[in-house]
Design a protein around this ligand. Structure first.
Ligand SMILES: [Zn+2]
Length: 102
């Protein structure tokens, strides 16, 4: 069950998540990258269950279906990150090379 159906535009995006194309993409992402990327940054090994969009797609189908724009996260990481984004806070993550992503 999704809790974050507060904004009206979220409903419009919802259909994208029910497409077969997305389900294949998500499956492939979690197979290729089975561990949570954020937890790995903190040297924690946690199984990822969410294929998250690195750049918020905001309903943009090109971004939504871009495999390069996906990262694997566990649910707690996904939810806390998304919450911060919704609150309008800047979220900066760092890549393996030590530079901020995005
Ligand atoms: Zn995590």
């Amino acid at each position: 069950m999704r809790r974050n159906s507060r904004s009206p535009s979220a409903a419009a995006w919802q259909r994208l998540y029910s497409t077969a194309k997305w389900k294949r993409l998500r499956e492939r992402q979690l197979t290729n990258e089975p561990l949570c990327r954020f937890c790995l940054d903190h040297e924690d090994i946690v199984v990822a269950t969410v294929a998250d969009h690195v750049i918020p797609h905001k309903g943009n189908e090109a971004l939504f279906f871009d495999a390069e724009n996906l990262q694997s996260l566990c649910k707690p990481c996904h939810d806390s990150t998304k919450q911060r984004i919704e609150l309008g806070q800047e979220v900066v993550t760092f890549g393996a090379d030590g530079w901020p992503r995005g």
